[in-house]
Design a protein around this ligand. Sequence first.
Ligand code: FE
Length: 317
Amino acid sequence: CIRDSVYSARKEALIKPLLDQYTQDSGIKVNLVTGSGDALLTRLQSEGRNSPADVLITTDAGRLYRAQQAGVLQKADSEFLDSAIPPHLRSIDGYWYGLSVRARAIVYASERVQPGELSTYENLADPEWKGRICVRSSSNIYNQSLVAGMLASRGEEKTAAWLKAFVANFARPPQGGDRDQIKAVAAGQCDLALVNSYYLGAMLQSSDPAERNAAARVAIFWPNQGDRGTHINVSGAGLTAAAKNVTAARALIEFLATDDSQRWYAQTNNEYPVREDISPGSLLESWGEFKADQVDVTELGRYNAAAVMAMDRAGWK
Ligand code: FE
């Protein structure tokens, strides 16, 4: 009997119901292993050709690129995926495909910041923001990809200067995850934070009243609408190099890009569908449309090492 084995850096609640639907439709059973993105990549590398995994699902183009470079993925050769998913949101040679889009936005204290004071990521380096910015550590891939995107569009010199002034504006040494930055803004420890958009959605819909209250005190702002657009990233999937059932594994990734899956996959985590013909849910629509940076997300992987070095040099802990 055919089986797909999936390594997923997405939490079980964000993927299992969809895989169950796939099994119902196709008759192909799925073994699901969940773990952190970095741990799953290490595991795939050490298992090599003996890995039971057929499909890797993970977040951030930086990680997908890293998996491709590590040699644990193979080309999917899927005409459907190549036509459904915009070229700048996938590996151009088919090693991985973006399946949902997230934006790294500014979340600000509605009581202390007027949206008219905000404009670009670059503007956050201005002295007016001194001691007012919260952001998580530079060891986090989301920040690395943000800086990689800036390196790709603005070059090394401008990015280095920006980083130095931006870091000087931090309200506190980087700590915690994106939700913690939103909580710190709500608690008055800082006036704005850079966070992935879906965390605000998750907090607004949280069963924890403290998270809902914090989220209600902040608003979202899309930076760089007058130039390159807000930095976006993807969650995605690739066929593993060790895949035994290439046809079934490809079918599973294709299933994740179908209309219904795209809607469910994006909306369950308050993300944007990667396909432009599928509309996001009502919460995201209430945040308004925004111009997204059109840079090929592969660049985020390509510039990752340079980004890590530049952040380190600027003293971003
Ligand atoms: Fe996340």
